[in-house]
Write a protein that binds this ligand. Structure first.
Ligand code: BTN
Length: 259
């Protein structure tokens, strides 16, 4: 294991820093598939990803050396695969807490797992589950956070933000990573001990547009509705004209006015 100064039991204790890689998720997946067992909590972080991947086959672009792009190995073998959204909630809650501790600001996550500040995207999560039959083997938790990047491509202008933009100063990447690892470990150990009671409540409290009337798009239909819940398997529950409707990820879009 490589040494580091994180005050965790296992998350981030084996920290592998790469200069360039296609995607830290891909790299970690290959390492896991090799016969040599890899310690749970291993983190692969890269200065630069030349083929970073995002949700729904999108690309994740981050300026080299300025941002956090890393993947964490977890082995939630104790979790029924139907409960995989619980792991997503743990990671979201942990990132919110870590970033709030670091910035002093109210960071939220847009369902299901985009980090937002002030209607602009601060980061994202790509969890890839490796299953054995219908049981969890491991989860590759890929996290990208805009940290010290101040300028974004014209396509993202006004839509993306960074920790440095929020704080008006640069941030030490490894210190922020250490805080994130510490919060993830706390939440993960609670999940492992079967403590679910406040998990969903905490997730809902941190949810962008929760309990607010906002605009949504489903196909060609644009309508006003209010987020009232997220089901245990991660579906978004909206209240529209007094009716409750449930949506999967690809079925609904938020309309965000960030001009
Ligand atoms: C999203 O919001 O679409 C999810 C973005 C996830 C990006 C991270 S960066 C580290 C890890 N490696 C990848 O290729 N993707 C994730």
């Amino acid at each position: 294991m490589q040494n580091n100064t994180f005050s965790t039991l296992f998350v981030g204790q084996n920290l592998i820093k790469l200069t360039t890689v296609d995607s830290t998720n891909n790299y970690l997946k290959i390492l896991v598939s090799k016969s040599e067992p890899l310690a749970e909590g291993t983190v692969i972080m890269a200065d630069d990803q030349f083929a970073g991947r995002g949700q729904q086959n999108s690309v994740w672009i981050a300026a080299p050396g300025q941002n956090l792009t890393f993947s964490l190995l977890l082995q939630p073998v104790f979790l029924p695969i139907n409960d995989q959204f619980k792991l997503n909630m743990v990671i979201c809650n942990a990132l919110k807490t870590a970033l709030a501790n670091f910035t002093g600001k109210n960071i939220v996550f847009k369902w299901p797992n985009d980090l937002y500040y002030n209607h602009q995207k601060l980061g994202g999560i790509l969890i890839e589950n490796l299953l054995s039959g219908n049981k969890y083997k491991s989860a590759i938790v890929g996290i990208g956070i805009n940290v010290n990047q101040l300028e974004f491509s014209p396509m993202l202008a006004g839509k993306a933000t960074s920790v440095a933009q929020i704080l008006q100063q640069d941030v030490n990447l490894v210190q922020l990573l250490a805080e994130i690892c510490s919060q993830i470990e706390k939440g993960y150990l609670r999940l492992k001990s079967g403590t679910y009671a406040d998990l969903q409540a905490q997730y809902l409290t941190g949810l962008y547009k929760y309990d607010e009337i906002a605009w949504y798009k489903q196909g060609d239909d644009i309508f006003e509705a209010k987020i009232i819940d997220v089901t245990s398997n991660g579906q978004l529950v909206l209240e529209k004209e007094g009716k409750q409707l449930q949506f999967n990820l690809k079925e609904i879009e938020f309309i965000i006015n960030n001009t």
